[in-house]
Design a protein around this ligand. Structure first.
Ligand code: NAD
Ligand code: RM4
Length: 254
C-alpha cells in the first residue's frame, strides 16, 4: 500500500530537480500525477514515462506559471486527464543570482511573477477545484530556508520564498473549513540546475557544505519523503506548518 494510493497529485515545474523527483516519487507512492512544465517536451515526456513505469497515469501540460491563465489551464487539463485534484505541489521557481544595487528590474519582476504570483494563482485554482469536489485536499508549497534567512545575491528571491511560506499560513486558515491542508517545505541547498552556476565556485560550495551538520548538500530525492508525508493522510492534522529539509543548516550558527 502506498501513502498516496488513489490520489491525483499535481506538480508545477516538474521537468527537472525537485519537481521531477517529487512527481516520480508520488507515482511510486501510488498517485496519478499531472506535471506542469515551461519548456522541454522531451524532458516532460520522460517524467511521464517514469510515472507510467510505476503503473500510474501521468500527463504533462505546458504552461508558464507566471501567466495567470496557466493555473486554470493546468488544473482543468489535469481534471480532464485524471479526473480530479487531491494534492497540489507548487514547486516551479527561479533564482537568477544577482547583486542587489544593480538588480535589473526585469529580473526582479520576473522572479516575483514566477515564484510568488505563480504560486498564488496555482494554489487558488487547485483550491477552488478541491472545494468543488468537496472532499478536502492537500497543498504543499516549495518555499525555502531562504524564507528565514537572507542571501546577498538573492534579494529578489528570498522575499518570494518568505511570501510562499506566508501564503501557506494564510491559506491554511482560509481553507481549513474545507479540510484542505496547506503546508510548506523549506529546502536548504539542494543540488539542482537552479544553483549549478552559483556552486561551481569551489570555495562557495565548500562553505555551503561545511554549514550542513549532516555533512552534505541535498539531492532532489531528499524532498520526496517530506512532501509525500505532507501530501498524505498521515499528515491529516498538519496544516499551516513549515518543514525545514536542510540537513540542519538553518540551526548551525555556532
Ligand atoms: P530546477 O531549476 O531544477 O527546477 C525548477 C523547475 O521549475 C524547472 O523544471 C523549470 O523548468 C521550472 N520552471 C521555472 N520557471 C517556470 C515557469 N515560469 N513556469 C513553469 N515552470 C517553471 O530547480 P529546483 O532546485 O528543483 O527548484 C524547484 C523549487 O525548489 C524552486 O521553487 C526553488 O526555489 C526551490 N528551492 C530550491 C532549492 C535548491 O537549493 N535547489 C532550495 C530551496 C528551494
Ligand atoms: C535556496 C537556497 C539555496 C540556493 C537556492 C537557489 O532557497 O538559498 O542555497 O542554492 O535557493
Amino acid at each position: 500500500m502506498g501513502l498516496l494510493d488513489g490520489k491525483v497529485l499535481l506538480v508545477t515545474g516538474a521537468t527537472a530537480g525537485i519537481g521531477r523527483a517529487v512527481a516520480i516519487g508520488a507515482a511510486k507512492a501510488g498517485a496519478d500525477v499531472a506535471i506542469n512544465y515551461l519548456d522541454g517536451e522531451g524532458a516532460a515526456a520522460s517524467v511521464v514515462a517514469a510515472i507510467e513505469a510505476e503503473g500510474r497515469r501521468g500527463v504533462a501540460i505546458q504552461g508558464d506559471v507566471a501567466d495567470r491563465a496557466t493555473a486554470t489551464s493546468f488544473v482543468d487539463g489535469a481534471v480532464a486527464a485524471l479526473g480530479r485534484v487531491d494534492v497540489l505541489v507548487s514547486n516551479a521557481g527561479i533564482c537568477p543570482f544577482h547583486a542587489f544595487l544593480d538588480m535589473p528590474a526585469e529580473t526582479f519582476e520576473r522572479t516575483m511573477r514566477v515564484n510568488l504570483h505563480g504560486a498564488y494563482y496555482m494554489v487558488q485554482a487547485a483550491a477552488n477545484r478541491m472545494v468543488e469536489q468537496g472532499q478536502g485536499g492537500a497543498i504543499v508549497a516549495v518555499s525555502s530556508i531562504s524564507a528565514l534567512v537572507g542571501g546577498e545575491f538573492q534579494t529578489h528571491y528570498t522575499p518570494t520564498k518568505a511570501g510562499v511560506h506566508s501564503l501557506m499560513q494564510s491559506a491554511a486558515i482560509a481553507l481549513g473549513r474545507y479540510n484542505i491542508r496547506c503546508n510548506s517545505v523549506l529546502p536548504g541547498t539542494i543540488l539542482t540546475d537552479i544553483n549549478k552556476q552559483d556552486l561551481s565556485d569551489p570555495e562557495k560550495r565548500a562553505y555551503m557544505e561545511k554549514r550542513v551538520p549532516l555533512g552534505r548538500l541535498g539531492q532532489p530525492e531528499d524532498l520526496v519523503g517530506p512532501i509525500t508525508f505532507l501530501a498524505s493522510d498521515m499528515a491529516r492534522y498538519v496544516t499551516g506548518a513549515a518543514l525545514l529539509v536542510d540537513g540542519g543548516a538553518y540551526v548551525n550558527l555556532q
